[in-house]
Ligand binder design. Sequence first.
Ligand SMILES: *Cc1c(COP(=O)(O)O)cnc(C)c1O
Length: 431
Amino acid sequence: MPDPRRATPRTDTVLADPALTAAAGRLGPALVRDVVHDVLAACRTGLVEPGDVAGVVLASLPATATTLRPVLNATGVLVHTNLGRAPLSPAAVEALAVAAGTSDVELDLSSGRRGRRGRGALDALARAVPDAGAVHVVNNGAAALALVTLALAAGRRVVVARGELVEIGDGFRIPELLESVGARLREVGTTNRVRLEDYAEAVDENVAFVLKVHPSNFRVTGFTSAVPVEQLASLPVPVVVDIGSGLLAPHPRLPEEPTAAAALRAGATVVTASGDKLLGGPQCGLLLGEAGVVEGLRRHPFARALRVDKLTLAALEATLRGPLPPVRAALEADPAELLRRARALAAALAPDVPAEAVESVGAVGGGGAPGVELPSAAVAVDERWALPLRTGATPVLGRAHRGRLLLDLLAVPADQDEALVRAVRAAAGAP
Ligand SMILES: *Cc1c(COP(=O)(O)O)cnc(C)c1O
């Protein structure tokens, strides 16, 4: 038996393999070298044959230079926080590729002078929300709220209902955000009820604005009351409305979800929202409202610290102007068609892999439309495949339900059905 240590090739010899040189050009030499080192270590212990080293390295290289892995979202949750919220539309992905190079993001090509940064995205947003006198885009929803608060209420008070002191997720609390930029809170009402008089009594010369926050990830039912924007607009201070999910106009399936258009028409001074929830675009924060106020926010010194990237601007514009993004398309999905797909998938898995097509219930998730049930369909498989599915070549995240794993199709693009079948077969150890 030859000593595997002596038969192990040298790093440089392996790296000289033309396939690995090409991979190094694509992924970077450091990344390829790291994988070569790992495989050579395995070769020294006899786990890998010396003649197989280059092949094993090639098979172990990641597809791209990022450690991010694409995951099939079979949870039935449309906007999944841990999966990066809204997946972008193909049009937005194409726009990203354009913006990734050098582009006219801040240049007027005809005059050769500096142009308004992101004018295409801002114009598209203004067109999508005609009730807004002006629009601005920042890094995320929290940044939008921070900017309005900092600009209008630093050292002053913000009046907010106790029932709207929301924690969004991962410990992010809106009241703490407001205080962190120098505002003091004046809480009114109780957990379940607040009246216009509560707000009216709290408003004095120290109050910069009244804030209405959409309870976007929970519902309070029973003996409740909240004050609609049109009534708050009768108060002698501006009204800022954080609608959260970024629904610009009403959607028939989400009748209770606040929209930017409705809030502005009801008299909101400024509306803030996220771009990567129900709008279905990239992570960003939208500021929509009275021209003078929004223009002031745009020119505030701190706005520069919240400025969005060219990639974001490109993806946002394509989301607004292009075809329906996946989140919106899924909202429109026909449950009968989802069930047909689930049956076809179950049939494709049979007979090696036991699977059953079932009706299921999906959700918007990610801080939008709490409690709304979206009729969907799923393939139910053995719960023990959850781990191999997550860690397989194409990771799949399903939803545990009554001792089975549901692979819900609501957020799975139809062109991924074959990939889903392959992933389940692999997880189940089927040929
Ligand atoms: C999601 C959400 C936010 C935070 O937005 P990000 O884009 O995550 O920063 C703020 N307010 C409400 C009501 C939300 O739902």
